[in-house]
Design a protein around this ligand. Sequence first.
Ligand code: ZN
Length: 142
Amino acid sequence: MELDELYQDILLDHFKRPRNYGPLPDSEVLVDELNPTCGDHIRLAARLENGRVAEVRFDGKGCAISLASASMMSELMRGLTPQEARARAADFAAFMRGEKQIDPDTLGDLAALAGVRQFPLRIKCATMSWHAMEKALGKLGA
Ligand code: ZN
């Protein structure tokens, strides 16, 4: 299988079966994030336990890149301290803007989003859920 096809498969898998996706009770919605240039809309809820991210859930509508990235983000954040989670989000945003390299071995499924860097208008699609997570941590006082 070609590398491009592999990445395409990973992306579509997260888009079709987003992890940690589902209805959120209104009381749990922490962040409502819009990406008007593409029409993406994500709502996010997060819960901390013992000083670590215990759960991240989201719902909403958006393009394949936005939902796949949110799905990957929701998996990667679990178990991190708020400080680690913020660092991870900042690193990913810098990576998507082409300002920072990340060791390909540590990218995991995120490698499937690397190609998006060639399309500046779509970068926000990939990073919006990560910004939403940073805002959620802020609202949780973490
Ligand atoms: Zn989008």
